[in-house]
Design a protein. Structure first.
Length: 116
């Protein structure tokens, strides 16, 4: 199989992102200790009307994604910033989906169900 460097590199990045996302989705400790606080925080911001998706991606990328990488056993330098951002975008889309689809934008119900 012959492929160009950029195409192969992009395929490797996508595989890394998918693998880390699957790991995160199936790790209960990360879910409880890291994902739930972000979900509550962003839900409260959506309720107040000052939620910004760009800032949400930045916050997830700088905090949660690093914890996912460390927990998975990879070195932080092994994953480039573009892959981290894509993973953060997937996680933010999941949070938005939970709030808007699963809870029909009922912010109070989300905050009650995911209380501490």
């Amino acid at each position: 199989m012959e492929c160009y460097f950029k195409t192969c590199f992009e395929q490797i990045q996508e595989t890394e992102i998918d693998e880390l996302k699957l790991y995160f989705d199936n790790d209960e400790q990360l879910y409880r200790s890291r994902y739930i606080p972000f979900l509550r925080n962003y839900t409260a911001k959506m309720k107040r009307g000052n939620y910004d998706k760009k800032l949400a991606v930045k916050g997830i990328k700088n905090n949660l994604v690093n914890d996912i990488i460390k927990s998975y056993g990879m070195e932080l330098r092994d994953i480039n910033m573009e892959s981290r951002k894509k993973l953060a975008e997937l996680i933010v889309e999941d949070i938005e989906s939970v709030v808007r689809v699963d809870y029909n934008s009922d912010f109070d119900k989300v905050l009650r169900d995911f209380k501490r």
